[in-house]
Design a protein around this ligand. Structure first.
Ligand code: CA
Length: 230
């Protein structure tokens, strides 16, 4: 199930229905649709969406104006917007992107592409938000780089500086393979100088401290390590 709330601002009922159907099939349960810019702006306040699909050609307040107002308001500026566009709106697309819209999708679009774009935008937002805060959550694992706090569920982990940095580095990009050399370069250990050989030792210690969750750190033979939470 996807927990994010999605607002569709689109005056064509058939398109709104098509989007809603495909989002529901993809597991989204919190979806709201509006037929005009006015209703859309009001819905943003009431519904507080995590993402907005915004048709540009709307009756009354047009899509670009909706975009401009949302991006000018600190309360709503960070809500990602994917513009739904028609042929001939290239100039508006450029304006929208420059105003801060995240992406656009020309009509007619394939539902699969739409869903993929939504996932991509939401993922990008999450990564950016986490980077801002210096925190991350991957299943049971929670890390806060500001407070140097690492937890597995309720359990506080006692990690050395280097262990913390290595785990944070890997967990920031799940599935991404890091070579030992990259890990050495990224993690400037203060507890002792990190060498490629030392990385292996750190991994052994990290896995031991993580217990069952340690399986999330995968050894990629001959290359390095990657983080793959179950
Ligand atoms: Ca329209």
């Amino acid at each position: 199930m996807n927990r994010e709330k999605i607002l569709i601002i689109e005056d064509e009922e058939a398109i709104q229905e098509l989007i809603r159907y495909n989002l529901e099939r993809d597991g989204y349960t919190k979806i709201r649709g509006c037929e005009s810019g006015e209703l859309g702006l009001r819905a943003v306040r009431e519904f507080a969406p995590d993402l907005i699909l915004l048709d540009l050609m709307l009756p009354g307040i047009d899509g670009l104006t909706v975009c401009r107002r949302l991006k000018a308001d600190p309360a709503t500026e960070s809500i990602p917007i994917i513009m739904l566009t028609a042929r001939g709106e290239e100039a508006d697309i450029v304006v929208g992107l420059e105003m801060g819209a995240d992406d656009y999708l020309p009509k007619p679009f394939s539902p699969r592409v739409l869903v993929a774009r939504i996932h991509a935008v939401l993922r990008r937002r999450q990564v950016a938000a986490e980077a801002d805060e210096g925190t991350l959550r991957r299943g049971l694992l929670y890390m806060n780089r500001g407070t140097r706090e690492a937890r597995l569920g309720e359990k506080l982990l006692s990690l050395t500086y280097s262990e913390f940095e290595i785990l944070y580095l890997l967990a920031r990009r799940p599935g991404w393979v890091f070579t030992r050399n990259q890990i050495v370069n990224e993690v400037k250990g203060e507890d002792y100088p990190v060498t490629e050989r030392a990385v292996d030792v750190q991994m052994v210690n990290l896995r031991r401290k993580l217990g069952d969750y340690g399986e999330a750190i995968e050894t990629v033979r001959g290359v390095g390590y990657r983080f793959n939470p179950a």
